[in-house]
Design a protein around this ligand. Structure first.
Ligand code: SAM
Length: 222
């Protein structure tokens, strides 16, 4: 995603410092303590873009703590601005890319992971970079609390088919799947992302699935 330079990035970061989760590696296993109410479940979105989804979710669900993970330096400040505008006490932003979820999160720490319109990495040689590659799924499983869920949506039909295969290869239970989210029973609770708004405005149907991040009939390898 090509973005114009954010001129006043430093000033935005300073004004929104309360929402920046510094030193994410140091917080591994202690994320709950970073929030006003540590007793709440913890939901993470990896690749939050400008943060429409995660900020709206945090606003609608004060009973959940949310973490946005976004490495794009020209767009992650937009998440901070929204969090400040909404004065959200249940959202923090990790301002970096995450390669292996186990770098930032301890075993059993996450109650839900959202992947929304993840980069497709269309060339086969880059398949391992896709956020739904089986190696990434194994890392998510290792950080998942019992019964934790993975929710993934995308306009990209090829990436969606790939992701279903990867999820099945890990033996994860798929709770539900739709190839037309906006005309499905799951539409009522759907919160749209920036990319989702863009693609659905062009008439593209949205794929979505929800899977359980523990292996059918077995432990999740943490
Ligand atoms: C196609 S955009 C989608 C943004 C947003 N989720 C939406 O639906 O509007 C994908 C975003 O994921 C971010 N991203 C990709 N890989 C990531 C990673 N490993 N860790 C954090 N962010 C990542 C990119 O910087 C980019 O902003």
């Amino acid at each position: 995603m090509r973005q114009r330079k954010v001129k006043n990035r430093d000033a935005i970061c300073e004004a929104c410092a309360a929402w920046i989760a510094d030193d994410p590696r140091e917080r591994k296993g202690r994320w709950r303590e970073a929030f006003a109410d540590p007793s709440l479940p913890l939901h993470v979105e990896i690749g939050s873009g400008k943060g429409r989804f995660i900020c709206e979710m945090a606003r609608l669900h004060p009973e959940i703590n949310f973490l946005a993970v976004e490495g794009g330096a020209k767009i992650n400040v937009r998440i901070l601005q929204k969090a400040k505008d909404y004065n959200l006490s249940n959202l923090l932003v990790i301002m970096s890319y995450i390669e292996d979820a186990r770098d930032f999160f301890a075993a059993g720490e996450l109650d839900r992971i959202y992947l929304n319109f993840s980069d497709p990495w269309p060339k086969a040689r880059n398949a391992k970079r896709r956020l739904t590659h089986r190696s990434k799924l194994a890392a998510y499983e290792a950080c998942a609390a019992p019964g934790a869920l993975l929710q993934f949506k995308t306009d990209n039909d090829g990436l969606f088919a790939f992701s279903l295969d990867e999820i099945r290869s890990r033996g994860l239970l798929i709770r539900w799947v739709t190839k037309d989210l906006h005309h499905s029973p799951y539409a009522a609770r759907n919160v749209e992302t920036e990319y989702e708004q863009k693609f659905s405005a062009k008439g593209k149907s949205i794929n979505c699935l929800q899977a359980v991040l523990s292996r059918k009939g077995g432990k999740n390898g943490c």
